[in-house]
Design a protein around this ligand. Structure first.
Ligand code: PLP
Length: 406
């Protein structure tokens, strides 16, 4: 598969007609799926700026999900680290506990306008699954969620939630039985059932998903900009977000891409270390390639096959990453760092004990990096961490790890 080189790589710009952000993105799908994706792209083009669509989305974001979310100064953590101020963007306070709701509301309103009656989704941590199950219930649509068998086991509370809201959870047992395989299954279902609407949970996949998901998640960064100006009279010096497929990160970065004084940092799942198969840090250790219908960075083995990945956190355990992040990395506008399982766990407990906020294991990766760099920065500096979700879903996994240790 060859990369697209016609358009220049400009951070923050919209993709071209074929969905390319510079050489990344595009729509690498079987011929049979092209009409399905074309239909979604045309519908999104039609409704993207439509005042009624935007009004309805704003209504649900406020009344259903509880936006806007606060920007909270973590004073105890800041004091104990003795450096830059650490603010938390409280996406964990969205309905059902994660940023995923922002995107699900946008896509379900589009699916409704397209006359769809069934939605499907993939999920890793289960946060996108529960948010999809909720919006499907809200709109009276039927819903199937594909989830790797390993994730079904480690994210039990979310499996039960999806079931309670009337969605069917389909465990996927192929390959690594993780998030990649869940996406594979969902795509296969879409090929066989082109009338369904595939509600993708991250800024990945073929065009128009990376654009749509970025647009729906960019509410995070717009809010942070206004909130930080009000609280500090300036923009943040650094923004840190965990990167799985990249939706919460692109959502908080997008409004700041043209503010070069704001450093944008993606915290990737460094897992057990840099060896292939021990992590899912795609932008740190991967190379250019195609996965799940789009061109970006991919973790691959010596034969060029997509590699198995590992992370303590189900939501970051994915071998690809959204194409806009590939542009941000290639141009140097954002930097990406690996954070190990151990560092994320330490940050999980630090926030729980010092601030009384239990973060998701995914968000703990961003927090861990903030805890590393804050002491090296002056006290007037401001770091904003995207606290993408709450950790309730991780309690059984943490308990199991504690029991194994004792
Ligand atoms: C709380 C939370 N944060 C982050 C992520 C990673 O996804 P993304 O990179 O699309 O934000 C997930 C994925 O499940 C999640 O549940």
């Amino acid at each position: 598969m060859t990369a697209h080189t016609a358009t220049p790589c400009v951070p923050g710009e919209n993709p071209d007609q074929e969905g390319f952000f510079g050489p990344h993105g595009g729509c690498f799908v079987p011929e049979s799926l092209k009409p399905v994706l074309g239909e979604i792209a045309r519908a999104y083009d039609k409704y993207r700026e439509d005042p009624d669509f935007r009004k309805e989305l704003a209504y649900y974001l406020a009344g259903y999900s509880g936006r806007q979310t606060p920007l909270f100064l973590a004073e105890n953590l800041t004091r104990s680290l003795g450096g830059a101020k650490i603010y938390l963007k409280r996406e964990d306070l969205n309905h059902l506990g994660a940023h995923k709701m922002n995107n699900c509301l946008g896509q379900i309103l589009l699916a409704k306008r397209m006359g769809k009656t069934e939605v499907i989704a993939e999920t890793g941590a289960g946060q996108h699954g529960v948010a999809t199950a909720a919006v499907a219930a809200l709109m009276g649509m039927s819903c199937k969620i594909f989830m790797g068998e390993i994730d079904v086991k480690r994210q039990q509370p979310n499996v039960l939630r999806m079931d309670m809201m009337g969605s069917e959870v389909i465990p996927v047992t192929t390959g690594n039985a993780g998030l990649k395989e869940a996406v594979d299954e969902a795509i296969m279902y879409l090929v066989k059932n082109p009338g369904t609407f595939y509600l993708i949970g991250s800024a990945v996949g073929p065009h128009p998903y990376p654009l749509m998901v970025r647009d729906f998640q960019s509410v995070i960064g717009r809010e942070v900009k206004a909130q930080c100006l009000e609280a500090e009279g300036k923009l943040p010096d650094m923004i840190i977000a965990a990167v799985g497929g990249g939706s919460n990160a692109i959502g908080i970065f997008h409004s700041f891409i043209e503010d070069p004084q704001v450093r944008l940092v993606g915290a990737e799942p460094g897992g057990r270390g840099p060896k292939l198969g021990d992590n899912a840090a795609t932008l740190c250790y991967g190379s250019h390639g195609v996965v799940h219908g789009y061109h970006s960075y991919v973790l691959r083995d010596e034969k060029g096959e997509v590699s198995p990945v590992h992370s303590i956190s189900a939501g970051l355990d994915y071998p690809g990453v959204g194409p806009e992040h590939a542009v941000l990395r290639d141009t140097g506008r954002a930097s990406y760092v690996p954070v190990t399982d151990r560092e994320a766990l330490d940050a999980f407990f630090a926030l729980s004990r010092q601030e009384g906020i239990i973060p998701a294991l995914e968000s703990s990766h961003a927090l861990a990096h903030a805890m590393k760099v804050a002491p090296l920065m002056p006290k007037e500096a401001v770091i904003v961490v995207n606290l993408s979700g709450r950790g309730d879903k991780d309690i059984p996994q943490i308990m199991e790890m504690k029991e194994k240790k004792s």
